[in-house]
Design a protein around this ligand. Structure first.
Ligand SMILES: Cc1cc2nc3c(=O)[nH]c(=O)nc-3n(C[C@H](O)[C@H](O)[C@H](O)COP(=O)(O)OP(=O)(O)OC[C@H]3O[C@@H](n4cnc5c(N)ncnc54)[C@H](O)[C@@H]3O)c2cc1C
Length: 400
């Protein structure tokens, strides 16, 4: 397996296009949207025009039909601009992956063409107020009614794009007594009205409380979802009732594997930007009669940052390429997520230190990165959970 970061001509062209978009549209406007905690609507509209909501959706459904590797490269560029922008497409990408891999033909035809254009957007919901890492501990349920539909009850937490999404891929228990627990879990494709707190009509029983206030990762909303007697037809079970009932946990864990590559790419993007800011500032700022970049202690910081960025990128691309090649990549995706999210945090903090007092000012971009980076240590599985995944997979592969 080649691990070099070489890009194909197509990948080069797309990445150049996205980098230009980030330089011209995202970076100059991120400060405003971040400070106001405002949804970056105009940027999202341009992303639709660029086709970024359909990068991995097959061409037959109106998408670009590109692989995970190319997607990861795009996510790096977007995250270099602002990780909230990659957050807008992250859950959408996971939803489209779930449909492409597990959806029925009817489900694919119904949603993928409109998802490819960004006309409808998707959220992904596992976490609950009382559990995140321990997914099998969720309490939300779906009960089959006499007419064959299901009624969903329960509370979900931390749903990125929870308000503006049209679809939520939501994991619930259809057999709370099942042993092992994961066999009683099912993924529903729950429809809702985008942008509405209190759903009515066909979607009655689903409420979206006001968005959660966060330290960073602003602009993109994170919400709770309250299901209280929400009716969901059986055909909304991912993969259909016959094939999909009780398969939700396995489906969601599969999706988390690509999700981890996606978060890893976000770590690379934010680390890369932190390095760029540090390289620039350290050649502008002078102390003791010379640019701080000329002090060896600062050069060492730059060296460590650049090394982390490259290593994180290599791990990320390796995991993506292995997945694209149809190889088992659970271990590699965990390593990439662990290393790249920690590299993001490390590089942002080093760059912050290099900025001295100015790094603490809202006038400087690094202040936003400093608040944004920690999310990557938590979302899609914490660093502790990644280590558990890596350790378990290592032992499986090297059983004596
Ligand atoms: C901004 C944001 C956006 C999010 N978006 C989404 C989303 O769109 N959809 C979604 O479903 N979820 C989302 N999440 C939730 C996220 O996936 C969870 O927060 C994460 O999985 C951790 O779960 P938790 O917060 O419940 O922490 P817990 O599971 O309670 O963990 C608390 C601490 O204990 C550690 N820990 C837990 N178990 C073990 C163990 N066995 N061994 C060692 N240490 C352990 C954890 O690593 C952590 O340090 C989002 C979170 C945030 C902050």
């Amino acid at each position: 397996m080649a691990v070099a970061i070489e890009k194909t001509d197509e990948q080069k062209a797309i990445c150049e296009m996205v980098r230009q978009f980030a330089d011209e549209q995202i970076i100059p406007n991120a400060e405003h949207y971040d400070h106001e905690d405002e949804f970056p609507g105009p940027i999202v509209e341009q992303m639709k025009e660029l086709g970024l909501f359909g990068v991995t959706i097959p061409e037959e459904y109106g998408g670009m039909g590109l692989d995970l590797t190319t997607y990861a490269m795009i996510v790096e560029e977007l995250s270099r601009g602002w990780i909230s922008i990659s957050g807008v497409i992250n859950t959408h990408f996971i939803g489209s992956y779930l449909l492409m891999k597990f959806g029925t033909d009817e489900q694919k035809d119904k949603y993928l063409p409109r998802m490819a254009t960004g006309e409808i957007r998707a959220a992904f919901s596992l976490s609950e107020p009382e559990c995140g890492s321990d997914v099998q501990g969720i309490k939300s349920t779906a009960k089959r009614l006499d007419d064959g539909a299901y009624e969903i009850n329960g509370q979900k937490m931390w749903v990125t794009n929870g308000l503006r999404a049209d679809l939520v891929f939501v994991l619930v228990k259809t057999d709370p007594a099942a042993e092992p627990k994961y066999k009683g879990m099912t993924c529903f494709v729950a429809e809702k009205e985008p942008g509405v707190g209190e759903n009515t009509g066909d979607y009655a029983g689903l409420t979206v409380p006001p968005q959660i206030k966060k330290m960073g990762y602003k602009g993109v909303e994170s919400t709770e979802l309250v299901f209280d007697g929400y009716r969901c037809p059986a055909e909304q079970i991912l993969g259909g009732e016959a094939a999909g009932l009780g398969q939700g946990f396995v489906q969601m864990m599969d999706a988390l594997e690509v999700g981890r590559v996606n978060v890893a790419a976000r770590g690379v993007g934010i680390a890369q930007r932190a390095l760029e800011l540090a390289l620039r500032y350290s050649q502008e700022r002078k102390t003791f009669g010379r640019e701080i970049a000329k002090h060896q202690a600062i050069q060492f910081k730059l060296a460590d940052m650049a090394t982390q960025v490259d290593a994180a990128r290599l791990l990320t691309i390796r995991a993506a390429r292995m997945k694209d090649a149809g190889e088992r990549s659970d271990l590699e995706a965990g390593m990439a997520k662990l290393f790249a999210s920690e590299a993001g945090r490390f590089c942002v903090e080093e760059s912050f230190r290099i900025h001295g007092g100015y790094g603490y000012s809202k006038e400087y971009e690094i202040e936003r990165l400093y608040r944004d980076a920690p999310l990557l240590l938590i979302g899609e599985g914490t660093s502790e959970i990644q280590r558990m995944v890596i350790g378990k997979k290592l032992l499986e592969r090297h059983k004596i």
